[in-house]
Design a protein around this ligand. Structure first.
Ligand code: ARG
Length: 459
């Protein structure tokens, strides 16, 4: 039979395959609370403007509350022939309250309805991401504070570069996550305009009050152009962009955890809560949560590309293509929240292996730069020459199979006669780390300053 919403023009109902490709109710039912909130605000506004009688508005208000509780208790039956959440809610409302339900859609279209529902949902996800990021930042700060002066190797190219501190490494992630958080805050601020009242695309002839509905739904203002209002999905794309960058950060630390927890590194021990064993190899403790996090990030990056691809070829204004926005954003948001929670758990529970970290920092000629700097400072060598002298000493130590502090004074003199005993004082990792007092550097003094700044900011 023909559709109850637009059956006037149709002699027959849709093909079953048409229903399968067309219906979004299977996934957009997630927007039920936003859809009902939008309808309540719309009905209240229609009544305030004298477009709807106050008794109809009251019936709609109560009916929508009934629908809400039916959905929340699981009593509501979602049917594919109702196509989407907007029609499902409205037709159930009309079943419950009769005639008045049919007046709700006055001065409104599903085009502005879905735009407002989805914006409300994405706005909530920005808030959830901000909260999740804050929790993760706190977990990193706790780790940093515990090990502000634990020494570990710093890497470039995953080759030992210079000694750094555990606290410094942890605080590097706090900086990244802080930028992520501000991207979500920024996106939220920009998306906080209400498209409701744009109607199908051109606005409406009814004397609606868009400022009233915007305020009621917690938006800063109504959107300014009705065509843009129903065809804009920038807000979802900005959410996905912020999510993608954040996800990339999570994936980098996940990768570090996989490396650090390996038998070859042993920099950290992950707790039993975030690892799994092997069914055949009894010794195994695999960092599955970190690996899955690293892999799941692909879904978020994929969602961003998918939605950009959906949008890039669409002429103004609404096209049904845009219905493909939701599953991508839902999945990306779910993946991000799960990833943030899992990472927060892993970071809180991981145990730095302080002795292993320190031992690793003392190998790999990690203080070679300190030696070169000493030659500059004490002997007045130009840095390039100091670099060359030090490189020769490193090669010598490598041949000998020892570290820099184990080279004898005689060996040092064979490379440069001016070197004296005091050189040995800069070859230790403590000295190296403590000397890096430049703002933002790895010395514990600087790291503690970073920590106390963030502790104050995070409350
Ligand atoms: N289910 C649709 C979506 O998600 C709602 C808007 C439909 N509008 C329309 N004119 N067909 O995009």
């Amino acid at each position: 039979s023909a559709n109850a919403m637009w059956g006037g023009r149709f002699a027959s109902g849709p093909d079953a395959i048409m229903q399968a490709i067309n219906a979004s109710i299977g996934f957009d039912q997630r927007l039920y609370a936003q859809d009902i909130a939008g309808s309540r605000a719309h009905a209240a506004m229609l009544a305030a403007q004298g477009i709807l009688s106050s008794s109809d508005a009251e019936a709609i208000r109560e009916g929508l509350l009934t629908v809400l509780s039916e959905i929340e208790t699981g009593a509501f039956e979602f049917r594919v022939d109702q196509e989407d959440i907007h029609m499902a809610v409205e037709s159930r409302l009309t079943q419950i309250i009769g005639e008045a339900g049919k007046r709700l859609h006055t001065g409104r279209s599903r085009n502005d309805q879905v735009a407002v529902d989805f914006r409300l949902w994405v706005r909530d996800q920005c808030d959830a991401a901000i909260a999740g990021l804050t929790a993760l930042m706190r977990a990193f700060v706790v780790q940093a504070e515990a090990g502000a002066d634990w020494i570990m190797p710093g890497f470039t190219h995953l080759q030992t570069a210079q000694p750094v501190t555990w606290g410094h490494h942890m605080m590097a992630y706090v900086e990244m996550l802080a930028r992520d958080r501000s991207r979500f805050e920024d996106a939220r601020r920009r998306m906080n305009e209400c498209p409701l009242g744009a109607a199908a695309l051109a606005g409406t002839g009814f004397p609606i009050d868009r400022h009233m509905t915007a305020a009621e739904l917690g938006f800063d203002r109504p959107t300014a152009n009705s065509l843009d209002s129903v065809s804009d999905r920038d807000f979802a794309l900005e959410f996905l962009s912020a999510a993608s960058i954040c996800a990339m950060h999570l994936s980098r630390f996940a990768e570090e955890l996989v490396i650090w927890s390996s038998a070859q590194f042993r920099f950290v021990r992950l707790s039993d809560k975030w690892t799994t064993g092997s069914s055949i190899m009894p010794q195994k403790k695999n960092p599955d949560a970190a690996e899955l996090l690293r892999a799941k990030i692909g879904r978020i990056l994929g969602a961003q590309v998918a939605l950009l691809t959906v949008m890039k070829g669409l002429p103004l204004t609404y096209s049904k293509d845009m219905q493909e926005d939701k599953e991508q954003v839902f999945d990306a948001a779910d993946t991000l929240m799960l990833g943030l929670a899992a990472m927060t758990g892993m970071v809180s529970d991981m145990q730095a292996q302080v002795d292993t970290l320190r031992a690793a920092a003392t190998s790999g000629f990690s203080t070679a730069t300190d030696l070169a700097d000493w030659l500059v400072r004490e002997l007045g060598l130009p840095f390039r020459e100091a670099h060359h002298v030090t490189g020769t000493l490193v090669a010598m130590a490598e041949r000998k199979g020892c570290d820099l502090p184990e080279l004898t004074m005689g060996e040092m003199h064979s490379v440069h006669p001016g070197i004296n005993q005091s050189v040995y004082s800069v070859l230790g990792v403590e000295n190296s780390v403590n000397s890096r007092q430049s703002y933002g550097g790895t010395s514990p003094v600087q790291v503690k300053a970073q920590i106390s700044r963030w502790k104050a900011l995070l409350g």
